[in-house]
Design a binder for this molecule. Structure first.
Ligand code: CTP
Length: 412
């Protein structure tokens, strides 16, 4: 999860994680770990029921600064029960930047919906001044009950963020809606609540990954792109409030459901998808490694090797240049980010490509560096914009590069 998120932007921010009584409580440990790896400070509150499934010690061992378990001192404070001070129900609301409750039980949801503060976590939720992310998990009949439905509707109406549970087999062996959702969604929703909303109301379409050009039913022409750079940009823009449309070549990574995803294979399909999206967009980001050429198809039958001699020749046709084509159709206010993968003369080629493709910002990298570029979580880039501003960014995680590109876009 962490490879999508830039440490520099989140480091030191404070998340308060509430855990309630559900068999899914153990998953909160993984969530805590993800936050911790992204450089966040984490405090935790366990309801009494949660403490029956997971222990404060586990959270403490995985990096939680404080684990609150009680509203009132119990006489002799136990070593990890640092929350037994009488203001423990108020502290997270005064200090934390975001709050997430995972799993959120029907009881805690009901407490928050009705404003009860009769135990530590509900008290902290009531005293938390910003929207809270809640990831419910419960038996499907409890989730379907009108009481829970109304409580959830109340929380949504008040601006809290509900990460809906999934359908499937739940721990009690019943099938239905109630299973804790994919952890990455609560993780992302929490990071979104920590992110600037500087792309709110904006629409961004991007191409990502390789394209795959079929030759016969089993063979194709493609390249080494994994789509990670594009995924980092898509996630960054999503967290920062943009409506994101991602046109993905084969093998692209998982993207959160809030991003509209269009899976394509060949460059011509990618072009068609972008042509449809572009008129309505504010930004176009072209991070795909589009195959410039496609093999003229051999046909529907597999090419048998016995038909070749010592060598074969395959003829290629030319694919459309998606970026250059849309650059020509750019309307006032639309902004384009292009990429350039070069084996030499990086700066010169980047400057040329910005002009020839009518881009506003061009991000180039050298493909022969082992620690950056294709299939690496890192990138070392040269950035050039249409006003002639230029910067070299040393090797850094692609997530950092993505956030810095968006920062630059807001200034263009
Ligand atoms: N691009 C595109 N459609 C293509 C080729 C490239 O949209 N058919 C976009 C890429 O997504 C990237 C930019 O154009 O944003 C530059 O791609 P790159 O492969 O570096 O350059 P090419 O234009 O293909 O030129 P060359 O291969 O000669 O370097």
């Amino acid at each position: 999860m962490e490879k999508y998120f830039p440490q520099n932007y989140f480091k030191g921010r404070h998340v308060h994680l509430g855990v309630t009584g559900s068999i899914a409580a153990y998953k909160a440990l993984e969530l805590l770990r993800g936050f911790y790896k992204a450089g966040l400070r984490v405090t935790v509150a366990l309801t009494e029921a949660a403490s029956r499934f997971v222990t404060p010690l586990s959270f403490k061992a995985l990096g939680a600064e404080i684990v609150y378990t009680n509203m009132f001192p119990r006489g002799v404070a136990d070593e990890f029960d640092l929350g037994c001070d009488v203001l423990g129900h108020l502290t997270p609301g005064a200090q934390a930047d975001a709050m997430v409750i995972l799993p959120a039980s029907a009881t805690t949801i009901a407490r928050i919906a009705t404003g009860l503060a009769d135990e530590i976590l509900a008290g902290q939720a009531l005293a938390f001044p910003k929207p809270i992310v809640l990831a419910p998990a419960m038996n499907p009949r409890m989730w379907a009950n009108p009481a829970t439905r109304e409580n959830i509707a109340t929380l949504r109406r008040r601006g809290h963020i509900i990460v809906d549970p999934d359908d499937g087999l739940v721990a009690c062996n019943e099938t239905g809606t109630g299973k804790l959702s994919d952890l990455r969604l609560a993780y992302l929703a929490t990071l979104a609540s920590l992110s600037p909303q500087d792309f709110k109301g904006k629409k961004l379409a991007l191409t990502m990954g390789p394209t795959r050009e079929a030759w016969d039913p089993v063979r194709f022409w493609s390249n080494h792109s994994t789509g990670l750079m594009g995924a980092c940009i898509a996630v960054a823009a999503h967290l920062r409030g943009a409506e994101v449309h991602a046109v993905c070549g084969p093998g692209c990574p998982w993207l959160p459901y809030g991003i509209k995803r269009y899976d394509v294979k060949a460059a011509r399909e990618m072009n068609e998808a972008m042509q449809r999206l572009w008129p309505d967009m504010d930004y176009g980001v072209f991070s795909a490694a589009v195959a410039d050429f496609y093999p003229l198809p051999f046909g529907d039958e597999k090419f048998k090797k016995g038909n070749a001699g010592d060598e074969i020749s395959v003829r290629f046709g030319t694919n459309p240049d998606i970026l250059a084509g849309l650059g020509k159709q750019k309307k006032d206010g639309q902004k384009i980010v292009g990429f350039a993968a070069e084996s030499s003369n990086l700066e010169e080629n980047v400057r040329k490509k910005l002009k020839s493709k009518s881009a506003d910002l061009l991000v180039g990298n050298l493909i022969n560096r082992t620690a950056s570029g294709f299939a690496s979580p890192l990138n070392e880039v040269f950035v050039h914009d249409k006003s002639g501003n230029e910067e070299h960014w040393e090797t850094q995680p692609k997530a950092e590069v993505a956030w810095r590109i968006l920062d630059w876009l807001t200034r263009l």
